[in-house]
Design a protein around this ligand. Structure first.
Ligand SMILES: Nc1ncnc2c1ncn2[C@@H]1O[C@H](COP(=O)(O)OP(=O)(O)OP(=O)(O)O)[C@@H](O)[C@H]1O
Ligand SMILES: [Mg+2]
Length: 488
């Protein structure tokens, strides 16, 4: 059963029950106030039946009254009475307790029984009486006939009986009730449909669209109620889903690109290794010098391969959180001095100035020596790769903060495009600029660095001005040992 039909049935139920309860409450109230189960009928009599007579009836009554005062015996003359009475008006004349004339011959006897008694001083001249199921409104005038007998004249007016009235009004009331019923149900239906059913079916359509893979639409809540909150939650879900789908697509593209890069990067040294090995085998390297040169090239290429595979392996272990960390207290001042001396040796022949003059006597942080060395080496290698000025400079500096120490590595190389900057720490990311150059690299270096620094509880970021240079900086927590731990 659909929600719409359920709501419809519940409205009908509620309305029917309310009508029954209203009626029951009405009866109960009347009964409580009057203590009489027939009080409804009395109420009807009081409110509905006591209507004034028509002008014709009143004038007939006045004529009769005049006759009763001046010449009462004329009232015993049927012909005379016929003259006075206007058509369709009921009158009755009573003499000495007996009805001597009545236009309503059939009810003569009943009239005699139910019409009110003679009164000397005409006080209760107007009232309503009930004969069987019918109500009569009357006006009365009491007088004496010439022979001294008590006389009364009545002008009567038949009123509808309760049953008759109900019968008369019933179809109208029923139609009104049905119209009201339909209107109330229509209104409730409209309100519920607008506030619940429509938004819910909209969500259903939205879910269908998502199912078919369409995430490019917006779910705007039309209200602040639970349905509106459902819309908001749905919209949030759609956004998250879209983001994750986009990320998935990006990763997928990255993965494909990485595969092709790795294949390429593996293929190139392997091809040359094969070439040189065949050269030696076929006797192309026919002098000991040539052979030695071939062998050293083979060794270099094999090392390149080894380091690429190492990098991939490390990245995947960090990614899977399977790489153990050995945290210890490290004094960054001698640590950086050592690294700079090590790289200085390689950089000097390329005319690169390395400035690592640190003034602080000592700065203790908690770190995994090997891993931080790897981070620094990668950042420095990047700087070396992208140095393009005649005067090539790399600088390492330290900045002490309250809780951590920041290591800053700056170069005056080609810089990073502002559009590429937010992505350089993403896995497998290489900017277009670097792809176009022969710098190589898998795009894993900085993402490995990011994983390592995050495992230390620090941050790593980069600032760059295109054409001017780049600064990569990371933080390490000051202080004590941390347990040997896995990256998390
Ligand atoms: N100092 C820098 N100057 C200019 N561009 C840089 C610098 N450091 C990083 N980049 C850009 O960021 C990209 C990502 O660097 P990352 O170290 O992650 O990868 P890679 O150096 O290309 O490859 P890998 O380090 O795996 O050999 C680089 O390809 C380059 O485009
Ligand atoms: Mg790199």
């Amino acid at each position: 059963m659909s929600i719409k039909i359920r709501f419809l049935l519940s409205y009908i139920g509620v309305i029917v029950v309310s009508i029954i309860l209203c009626l029951a409450a009405g009866f109960l109230m009347l009964f409580t106030v009057t203590g009489d189960a027939n009080s409804v009928e009395h109420l009807f009599k009081k409110t509905y039946i006591q209507k004034p007579l028509t002008t014709e009836e009143e004038s007939t009554f006045l004529d009769l009254k005049l006759l009763a005062k001046k010449d009462p015996n004329t009232l015993l003359n049927t012909n005379e009475l016929q003259n006075i009475k206007q058509v369709g008006i009921d009158i009755a004349v009573r003499k000495g307790g007996e009805i001597v004339y009545s236009t309503d011959e059939q009810n003569r006897e009943k009239l005699q029984r139910f019409l009110p008694e003679f009164e000397e001083i005409n006080i209760n001249t107007r009232d309503t009486i009930r004969i069987d199921d019918r109500f009569y409104t009357y006006v009365k005038f009491d007088f004496y006939f010439e022979d001294g007998e008590q006389g009364s004249i009545f002008v009567l007016r038949k009123a509808s009986s309760v049953a008759e009235l109900t019968r008369e009004l019933f179809p109208l009331l029923l139609i009104l009730l049905v119209i009201l019923f339909v209107l109330i149900i229509g209104l409730l239906n409209y309100l519920v449909s607008r506030s619940i059913i429509k938004p819910v079916s909209f969500l259903k359509q939205a879910a269908d669209r998502i199912k078919s893979g369409d995430l490019d639409f917006k779910v705007t809540p039309a209200s602040n109620d639970e349905v509106g909150q459902l819309h908001l939650a749905f919209e949030e879900m759609r956004i998250r889903l879209k983001e994750s789908t986009e990320l998935q697509i990006k990763y997928e593209e990255n993965r494909k690109e990485l595969l092709s890069n790795i294949s390429h990067d593996l293929k190139t040294p392997i091809t040359s290794i094969i070439g040189y090995v065949e050269g030696i085998r076929d006797g192309v390297a026919n002098t000991p010098e040539k052979t030695a040169k071939y062998l050293s090239t083979i060794s270099l290429k094999a090392r390149d391969l080894d380091s690429l595979i190492d990098e991939l392996f490390l990245f995947s272990k960090l990614d899977l959180k399977r790489e153990p960390f050995f945290f210890e207290k490290v004094d960054l001042v001698p640590f950086i001095k050592d690294i700079s001396e090590e790289v200085q040796f390689d950089l000097q022949p390329h005319g690169i100035q390395l400035d690592a003059s640190i003034i602080a006597p000592s700065l203790i942080v908690t770190a995994d020596r090997e891993k931080i060395k790897r981070v620094m080496m990668n950042i420095i290698q990047n700087s070396v790769k992208f140095l393009d000025k005649d005067e090539k400079k790399i600088a390492i500096s330290l900045q002490e903060n309250n809780e951590d120490v920041m290591v800053i590595i700056t170069d005056n190389g080609q810089g990073i495009d502002p559009e590429a900057l937010p992505f350089v720490f993403d896995r497998f990311y290489r900017s277009e600029l670097s792809r176009n150059t022969a710098t190589g690299g898998s795009g894993l270096g900085l993402s490995i660095a990011k994983q390592i620094i995050h495992a230390h509880g620090g941050i790593i970021e980069a600032d760059s001005n295109l054409g001017e240079g780049t600064s990569v900086y990371f933080t390490l927590k000051k202080g004590d040992h941390r347990e040997t731990d896995f990256a998390d």
